[in-house]
Design a protein around this ligand. Structure first.
Ligand code: G3P
Length: 214
């Protein structure tokens, strides 16, 4: 499973990139707003840190606007993936982007039928929002499983990108289901690393090492 980092914070991206564990980056308007900088400046900087797919989301919600914004952002760097909301005009725009060879990430997916439409339009990635389904007492993982199965049944090339990941168990479950990618917040990437027995074991080894004559 590929790991993308779900953030627009350059320090977080650098930290994960230095660990060598990330294959790409996803951003959204909320994450960009937190930086206090214009979207294009942030995305340009991210492209210099990570050599992999970088999702940058359009703000327009009408077909012409989505296509205009998407083409503009796609021009910035070959690694840019245009992130498009799962609405009718978004799906229409995905078809246009696909024909032009522009990669897309269809976002705000909450049902298997939405995922089917995105795949039929030729989306590069579909982003089911697992945590937000859980937030309303749904089963985010059931949604992920349904999408993975449906795509496998028909050989769709659209990659499943597990999004709205909130904790390490989400990562484990997404990997067991066979999601192509998980986009993970920096805090959760760090949590993946932690185990009390590792810390205790290391402390013991270091203590014992002091007893070894040099
Ligand atoms: O990038 C989209 C998604 O990962 C958002 O996550 O935690 O705001 O639901 P969250």
């Amino acid at each position: 499973m590929q790991f993308f980092i779900d953030t627009a914070d350059l320090d977080e991206i650098r930290d994960a990139a230095e660990m060598g564990v990330i294959d790409g980056v996803t951003t959204n308007p909320t994450l960009i707003a937190r930086t206090g900088r214009p979207m294009k400046d942030v995305v340009k900087d991210i492209c210099e840190i990570v050599d992999g797919p970088i999702s940058a989301e359009v703000i327009a919600t009408d077909y012409e606007g989505i296509v205009r914004e998407g083409r503009e952002v796609a021009k910035m760097h070959p690694n840019i993936v245009v992130k498009v909301p799962l609405i009718a005009d978004g799906i229409k725009a995905v078809k246009t982007f696909t024909a032009e060879g522009i990669k897309t990430n269809v976002t705000l997916c909450f049902s298997p039928t939405q995922a089917l439409l995105a795949a039929k339009a030729g989306a590069t990635y579909i982003s089911p929002f697992l945590g937000r389904v859980d937030d309303i007492s749904g089963e985010g993982m059931e949604l992920l499983e349904q999408i993975v199965t449906i795509y496998q049944n028909y050989g769709f090339e659209t990659k499943v990108l597990a999004a709205s990941i909130r904790h390490p168990l989400h990562v484990v479950q997404a990997a067991l289901i066979g999601s192509d990618v998980a986009t993970i917040p920096h805090k959760v990437i760090r949590q993946l690393l932690k185990h009390p027995l590792t810390d205790a074991g290391l402390a013991r080894f270091l203590e014992d090492a002091k007893k070894t004559p040099s």
